[in-house]
Design a protein around this ligand. Structure first.
Ligand SMILES: Nc1ncnc2c1ncn2[C@@H]1O[C@H](COP(=O)(O)OP(=O)(O)OP(=O)(O)O)[C@@H](O)[C@H]1O
Ligand SMILES: [Mg+2]
Length: 367
């Protein structure tokens, strides 16, 4: 059961393992544990969706950039499901060579191929009655995806080299760090298989779109690592926290966790300062170039200026610019589109400070 959570504000869910602030052991489900932290609106919605889908046997596709918590959500769904005491088996499709993946999934009969002296059970059998988590599903080749679809539809499969139809009762969860529409277009995800997951897709937002959660996550990771390394309690100084909030977090929560771990190891007193942070993050707080916008500039023009100057400062890298501006990539594209056809390039440095919107040469953003 969750240690502390309310329906209106998810802060902390810990399943299968005690929360750091609790000493009392909680019986673990086959050593599976999950700590799910969040207090943003998006994470509260995800938590409610998890509650809803956990009780069913429906397939769930969990998407999101690397490090956003897809594994965490898959474990949470399993631990909240009626299958919680049964196996949770994760197969990382990116970590297994494609030629071996089918063997891992379906197992094989004795003599199925020259190097198969003994019968071997696959992940599907291991997960029987429990949950199979196919991590990075889009790394599975097309043919294997077709075979997986058949398993989902018939609830049975054959081991490689086998004739016997083996029944399985497995709940399948899958993840990908690709966008589903792009994966469908590129053929990395079969459309027919995607229908099996399309009813329930959980998309984890990147950390840069939920920076309000950073202090909560930092507190949690501080507690985790000060305990792990037996260090005295610590907190982040205001400038260090500000630097964390100003950074774009391309590696998402995994990166934040590593940064806090490193800070705990480097900081010998109780306050983590800017100097304990990696360069790319401490830089985020140093006074950088300014944008000067004359008084009387219309808000829409000021917005345009900020967006174009930011793009310029990151050499037209849309993901970085979106991160700095606190926008999704899509929202940034929409705004650029709105600025009109006349825009062909981000501004060159000659039009940087001071800003005069009226003098700007128009350009279009190309990539
Ligand atoms: N909401 C969260 N609360 C607490 N810890 C989290 C949360 N989300 C992610 N983490 C931690 O961040 C790290 C990365 O999470 P996870 O492995 O689930 O990400 P992922 O999306 O599966 O990444 P990848 O695409 O690289 O596989 C893990 O150590 C995980 O425990
Ligand atoms: Mg993962």
């Amino acid at each position: 059961m969750p240690n502390r959570t309310t329906s209106s504000s998810l802060d902390y869910i810990s399943l299968g393992m005690p929360a750091p602030e609790q000493r009392q052991a909680i019986n673990s489900s086959r050593n599976l544990h999950v700590n799910f932290i969040g207090n943003s609106r998006a994470m509260r919605e995800i938590s409610s969706t998890v509650e809803l889908v956990a009780v069913s046997d429906a397939g769930v596709l969990i998407t999101g950039e690397s490090g956003t918590g897809k594994d965490v959500v898959a474990r949470l769904i399993h631990l909240k499901s009626p299958r919680a005491d049964l196996p949770f088996i994760a197969l990382n499709c990116a970590a297994v060579p494609r030629e071996i993946l089918e063997n891992e999934l379906f197992g094989h009969e004795t003599g199925a191929f020259s190097s198969a002296p003994a019968r071997k059970s696959g992940y599907l059998e291991m997960a029987n009655h429990g949950t199979l988590f196919l991590d990075e599903l889009t790394e599975m080749d097309n043919e294997t995806q077709a075979k997986l679809l058949r398993v989902i539809e018939t609830k049975s499969f054959r081991r490689l080299g086998g004739k016997e139809e083996i029944s399985v009762d497995v709940r399948i969860l899958a993840s990908t760090s690709l966008r589903v529409t792009e994966a469908l277009q590129s053929g990395e995800l079969r459309r027919d298989l995607s229908y099996r997951f399309s009813a329930i897709e959980i998309t984890l937002p990147p950390l840069r779109e939920r920076i309000e959660e950073i202090p909560l996550l930092v507190d949690y990771f501080l507690l985790l690592f000060t305990r792990k390394y037996k260090r005295p309690p610590k907190s982040f100084s205001a400038p260090a926290m500000k630097a964390l909030m100003n950074y774009a977090w391309p590696g998402n929560i995994r990166e934040l966790k590593n940064v806090v771990e490193r800070a705990v190891l480097q900081c010998t007193d109780g306050i983590v300062g800017i100097e304990h942070l990696p360069m790319e993050i401490s830089k985020a707080n140093s006074p950088g170039p300014h944008i000067t916008i004359p008084m009387g500039t219309a808000l829409s023009l000021a917005e345009k200026e900020i967006i174009l100057q930011t793009l310029h400062s990151v050499e037209n890298n849309k993901s970085k610019a979106a991160g700095i501006l606190g926008l999704s990539r899509k929202a940034l594209y929409n705004k650029l589109h709105k600025f009109g056809n006349g825009i062909t390039e981000v501004p060159d440095s000659s039009s940087l400070l001071p800003v005069s919107l009226l003098q700007r040469n128009k350009g279009t953003i190309t990539s």
